[in-house]
Structures are given as structure tokens and as C-alpha cells.
Design a protein around this ligand. Sequence first.
Ligand code: F6R
Length: 641
Amino acid sequence: MHNATATLKYQLKSLEKIPVKIWDDPKAGSLHLARSIALAIRQKQQDGEKIVLGLATGSSPIQVYAELVRLHKEEGLSFRNVVSFNLDEYYPMQPEAQQSYVHFMKEYLFDHVDIDPKNIHIPDGAVPMDDVEAYCERYEKMIDDHGGIDIQLLGIGRTGHIGFNEPGSWEDSKTRLVRLDGITRRDAVKDFNREEEVPYRAITMGIGSIMKARSIYLMAWGSHKAQILNEAVEGPITPSVPATFLQKHPNVKVYADIAACEELTRIKTPWLVGMCNWNEDLVCKAVVWLSLKTGKPILKLTDEDYSENQLSDLTIEYDDAYNINIRIFNRLQHTITGWPGGKPNADDSHRPERAKPAKKRVIIFSPHPDDDVISMGGTFLRLVEQGHDVHVAYQTSGNIAVHDHDAMRFMEFVQEYAAATGIANDTLSTVYQKVMDSLAQKQTKENDIDEVRKIKGFIRRGEARAGARFCGLPDDHIHFLDMPFYETGRTRKKPIGEDDVRIIMELMEKVKPHQIYAAGDLADPHGTHRVCLDAIFGAFRQLQERAWMKDCWLWLYRGAWHEWSVDEIEMAVPISPKQLERKRKAIFMHQSQKDKPPFPGSDDREFWQRAEQRNRETARLYRSLGLAEYEAMEAFRRWKF
Ligand code: F6R
């Protein structure tokens, strides 16, 4: 089965045992994949044949489905000859439930194309337990009876699962009932409100069923997939990482964005797999790697360190280690500044920011109401203290991440205050009753009614205002944008729309900033941060002709997930112990997010703990490279269009 020659050729450039096509962003890869599928559908149509597609759910294929829908609506692509088999379904699960994969497939694909409903197959999560085994056998047989799957789409879970074949799945497993891994269940919480609601089991096609497909595309978007993707394509074949079985398939391709490929050897340490085209950024990456690997500060690295670690190319190009060391040391040294808005009256030729104008207009965009203080609270405080004209803009209401009991508490407060002061009226009482009834009767899986969402949004507004005021902003510099894409009342959001971009543009036009700070989670393919960033990129594109735009610099901070790697950092702002304490206080203003907010993700630490550990870690890394020792540091990268 194994296509040894193809793999061998590929290995000359990398350690990957599956061909990986790297895309700049998930959209580019998804469009290409959708078009390949469309081509195959049309080809079969021409031959008067049916095509059998194996389909996946989850965030990975969403943009592929969106493009297929567009091709159907705008370019006449018909799905009449398509037969589909979905990989899996939670168990137990009613097909009409919002969390079911039936619902997912209808929402993203089937309701918008002309596929014959008879041709759609999705494992039935409502089959009685006694029948499950026989049902799974029938599902498997149905695939075979249709001649097997022509094209199989896959995502990869953080456990390395494909379908719901969790670690321990055997190579020739067939469609069956399985138990979900703890990590998979935690990742699914975003669709279920509470962890207890996530089913413990699922029906899934087996590894053997997947391997029978004639061609397979595995998608991986975002840096949260980087580690497991590396194991899947470079690691040994093992049931502990079920996706590694794909290495045995003769016709499988990985489509991944650059963020998901960060851990592949040819991206992370390309000098280990072949000749490099050295540029300043790559040299910096190599030197930082070498310093951390050898445990030596940069200025102590020797020619031997370079040659023993496959970096002798560099010492030849730069004459000797000393020249490279000093060059990269200086580069990193120049990223450090206590003056994020630029240092007035100073020579700025080696500083990250311009000295002029001394007083800059600044907008800090915060996707959720607390990202500003969590991710750049220290820099926020400094910018205000150093006299810049700082605005903060909260891009979304953040209303889904507030507990029901908090909404109840605030509604009761309003009602009791109004009653006690004699200003209660019928309208208020009606709203009060409606909110209290709805919260009391709410099933865990239901969306909040509009009134409750409003209250939750106001709770977060109040907290954001308190945080921004704590950082020294006047109220007219605090903006709530309530971007519409976010307002679905559930974790799944709408795609970005023109209104979202327009709102950002209007604020930029009004402030005409010299500096913009934004959450640069390029790695987060579909989440709120990515959409918020796309809206800012969209605004930059549309405003590019404005005269003030030539002075507008965009600095990206990283959101809750992870920090820039040291070689990527272009501005590192030190934080003293006292400033770190103040930053913590600003984060504490977000009371609804304290302890354990709804949807905390897989990280048990509170936000202030994550922020402090991350900022301390950046300082520790700088120190171990031989630079100055600070308590903590916030890091930024400049985005140049
Ligand atoms: C979905 C499925 C899963 C997902 C995987 C990745 O039908 O079988 O294997 O593909 O969990 O999920 P996302 O794409 O949400 O990261």
C-alpha cells in the first residue's frame, strides 16, 4: 500500500512521511481543497457516475463547505451525483439537537446545496444501545455497497484522533461505538455550554474504514494543531497517535496553514534537514534555538557550537561565531523598550517605535472585553502614563461568557433598587419577570433570550470600563463596538460581514491613530480573535489611501493561547514587579471571568495567572539568551502591509 518512492523523494526536503501542503492561511487552503472536490464532482458527472464523499465536522472543514456552497450558488456546481458518509456522531444524540452533527452538516452544507437527502448518511446517535453494533455493521456495509469513499475529508483532534478514533484505536478498526478522550470532550465544551453535557461516547467510522478511501485530505489549521500535526506526519506509526496510520495510505495529503506547521522540522529548524536560504530572520531563529539548546547566552556561543549543531553554514557566511552573535544580540537588545509609544527626543534609529510625534494617538483593540488588560495591561498602563492619547475599543460584547447566576444577580439588583426608590414601573417588572423565568427554566443547551444576552453584555461592559478607567482612560476614550458577527448567542459565530469592518473603519477615521494594537492570533482559524483581526485588516485595506494612514503602525499582541517566539518579537516591553501588580488589579476588574468563567478551555489557570506566567516566561527567555533580567515582559510584533 505504501508509496515508498514518493515518500522517499519527499523526505529529501523534510522529515515528513505524508506530503504536507502549507498555505499562508486557512482560507487559501480551504478554497483550493473545495475546488479540487468540485473538480472531482464535475468529472464524475461528465462520466455519468456518482461520487462518494467522506465528510467531517468540526471547525476544520467549515471554510471548505462555505466555498462548496458558493460554487453551487454562483457557479452552478450540482451535488445531484454526490453520495455522502459522515465520519461520526456523538452518542447518544438526537439528530435535531443543536449539537448534533446532523445539525452541523445541514447548517454548513446540506441545506444550501442540491444534494438528494436520500444520499446523505450520518451515523445515527439515537439508535438504541442494543442495536448499535448491528447498526455500525450496516453503516460500514453501506459504504462498501456504494463502492467505497472516493474523497475523505479529515480534521485532526489534539489527541491525534481522526474521526473519533482516539488513542489506542487499532489499525483495522471499523465503524463502532467508542469512548471519547477527556481532551476531546473538553474541546467540545464550546458547543455544549457545560462539560457535563458533552456525551461520553460517539459512533465513528474506524481507522480501517477511513484507510479504504481512495484519496484522503487531512486539514489542520492553527497553532493549536502544530504539536499533534508534527507527531502525525513525522512521528513513528503508533496507535497512541491514530493519525499516524495515515502514513501507510498511498494517496493522502495534508493541507495545513503555516501556524499548524510551526513544529514541522523543515519550518522549526530547517537547517537540520537541508540547505537554507539564510536571511536575517532565519539567522535570528537559528541563533535563539542554538542558545536555548546549548543553554549558553548568545554572546558565549562558539564556532564549535555552530558546527556541532548543523549551523556551520552560518559561521562560514559571517566569518565567525562572534560576528553572528553580536549581530543577533543587538537585534534582540533593540526590541526592548520601556517606551512603547516611542521615546521623545531620543535617537530612534534602533528603537521599535518612532520618537515623533511625542504624543501619539493610539487605539487598543480588544476582541473580548478583557483581552486588553490580560494581554497588554502593562503596556496599556505605560502608554497612558507616558501621556499618549489612548483609546480602547472592545470589539465584541463577550456576552456568552457570563454565568446565568451573575445575570440573575444584576437583574435582581435593578429590580430591587427600582422598587426601593419608587421608580419601578410595569415595563421594568415585565422584563424582570421574563428574565428570571427564562433563566430559571433554561435548559443547559438553550441559547439565552435577547434580554439576558443584553444583561450579560452590560455586565462585561461595566467590567471593561472599570479596567480601562483603572488604566487611566477617560470615559469618552472607551468604545464598545459590539461587532455583529459575534451576536449569535452561542459559541458558533457568523462569518465576518461588511458591518463588522465598517465599525472598525469608523473608529479609525475618527481617531486617526499613529499606533494600533490588536490581538494577532493569526493562528486561531475560526475563533473570535481571528475574525476581529480580519476586520482590522479589512479596515486597513479600505483606508489605505487616507493620508494619515501612512503614519499608522499596527502592533500585534498575542491573545490567551501563546506568546510570540523570541525571534518573532519586535517590541518587548519590560514590566516591573509593581507594574505587574497593577496589571493584575486591572484584570481583577473582570469579576465575571474570575475563578472559572464559562468556556474556560483546557487551561485550569485563571487569566491573571496565565498572563503573569507568560510575561515572566518571556523575561526568563530574554535573560537566558544573555540579555537584561526583568520581572516580566509583554511582547509585540509589527504587522507591515
Ligand atoms: C469530526 C471529527 C473529528 C474532528 C477533529 C478536529 O467529524 O471526526 O475528528 O475532525 O476533532 O476538530 P476541529 O476541526 O474542530 O479542530
